[in-house]
Ligand binder design. Sequence first.
Ligand code: HEC
Ligand code: HEC
Ligand code: HEC
Ligand code: HEC
Length: 406
Amino acid sequence: MPFRLVYTAGTHGYAEPCGCSTMQTGGLARRATILAELTGPRILLDAGGILPPAEHLAYALRKSQTLAYYAAAGYDVASLAADDAAQVEAAAELARSVPLVCLGRESLGAIPVPDYRLVRPQGADRPVLAVFGYGVTSSALSAEALARRLDTQIPAARSQAADAIVVLADATVAGELPDLGAELRVGDLVLAYGGASVTLLSGVEVVGVPRDFGDRVGVIAATPVTRAGGSSTLRWSPPQIIALGAEVAGDEATRDLLVRTADAVVPTLPKPAVLARPAGMAGSPACAGCHASAFATWSASKHATAFTPLVEKGKSTRPDCVPCHTIGFSRSPVLGYVAENVQCETCHGLGADHVSSGGKTLTVLREPRALCGGCHDKAESPEFYFPTYWRTIEHGREAPKAADVP
Ligand code: HEC
Ligand code: HEC
Ligand code: HEC
Ligand code: HEC
């Protein structure tokens, strides 16, 4: 029976696009919409990179949303990449609701995760795939030992009526996967998380799945074929990649789930505090007298009201939202910011000395263009290009107003 292999990866806890840009892609509600449209017999896999980075400001929130989504999404198999496996507690929680596989499971301690699982698409009368997770090594298990283990397990998996072996390999650990099982043969398939697409000497297709695959869904059609000897195997189509752009409407039920999870978790997160203004800070209004035109340009720009969209979206107390929409964000000793909005001194540095000297002390930063990317990064501002963005907020060419200079 022909079926589709549907695969995801690289979620990194990125549950919802934050709204920073209409171009922004990804998010679990959009993924749910696409998965619901892919009807018919299928097997749903995740190749890893599921959990958020442990050091993320809103780790607790993103982890909870991710776990809630994966528990509800109906994955047939998911593999843990090294980053996930390092988060032992969260990985254990994931293991309770998602069928995980991990060949190097020694590194997962007490989490009961098998080397492989047998799966079948709906309507098939027997398992058609044996899906392995591969690549999470530990000091106790070298890459060679892992490859040997794969080779000994493959015949056992094949004998359980599986037509093909699928390996969810973490290439971020195993590099170019040089030791990948010698027992693999034509008809088997490797999804290489963080690796490149190649064809192995044995004729096995390796499909590269980039680490930032969270904004896409992959689909490979599988067609059963009978070998010369009478045994059956599968022929795989080239992957079709579906982008989760703004044109994909988010699934309502999934969005509700994410919102409900956030409502439960956000009150437990540290609320950003409003920090004392440092002595060296003058504040944007203090610049207006001498740099009237720069001040007028800034006042009319979205930087001057950058905090407003957070208030409108009810996200103004979220520790993962305030850093780029405020001035003076700091994590320690307490998490907080000095004032709302992106201000003159966000880009030019502290200006109190400059102001009190009547502009004679040039303590201010003159060419802060290198700072833009700290906020206008790939996720929040994918269209950012300095020359076009700068044109919108261009200022500072005029001479400071002499009359105001003492
Ligand atoms: C890494 C920095 C950064 C973080 C963190 C961040 N933002 Fe933004 N945000 C930006 C930038 C930069 C823009 C402007 C993007 C552009 O126009 O290219 C923006 C724009 C927005 C906009 C669009 C405003 C408008 O005028 O249309 C909204 C809404 C928004 N952000 C909400 C959020 C929320 C909610 C969060 C937290 C989940 C968040 N942002 C976290 C940098 C950030
Ligand atoms: C009392 C008037 C005055 C105030 C207030 C003032 N400046 Fe200036 N600023 C000047 C003068 C005069 C210069 C030019 C100094 C020079 O070129 O020697 C200058 C230069 C600058 C420059 C470098 C521009 C250049 O041509 O070299 C920047 C950037 C700047 N100011 C930013 C600010 C910011 C930000 C604030 C508010 C925190 C501010 N200024 C407040 C008078 C002022
Ligand atoms: C501290 C974070 C931060 C830095 C640094 C930053 N931006 Fe922004 N920028 C934002 C945010 C947040 C928004 C969105 C505000 C909104 O839509 O309400 C934004 C919006 C903009 C916009 C849209 C403005 C408009 O009025 O339409 C432009 C253009 C822009 N930034 C250019 C730049 C450039 C150029 C730099 C570097 C010189 C820069 N930004 C540095 C956070 C930042
Ligand atoms: C988003 C970042 C950003 C903000 C906010 C910002 N500036 Fe600037 N400013 C720049 C950049 C970038 C340049 C220099 C552009 C270049 O490299 O030619 C500049 C240039 C200037 C200059 C001329 C510097 C020179 O050497 O010619 C002055 C004066 C100035 N800004 C004042 C201000 C004042 C006053 C405010 C607030 C009312 C302000 N800026 C807000 C980014 C910013």
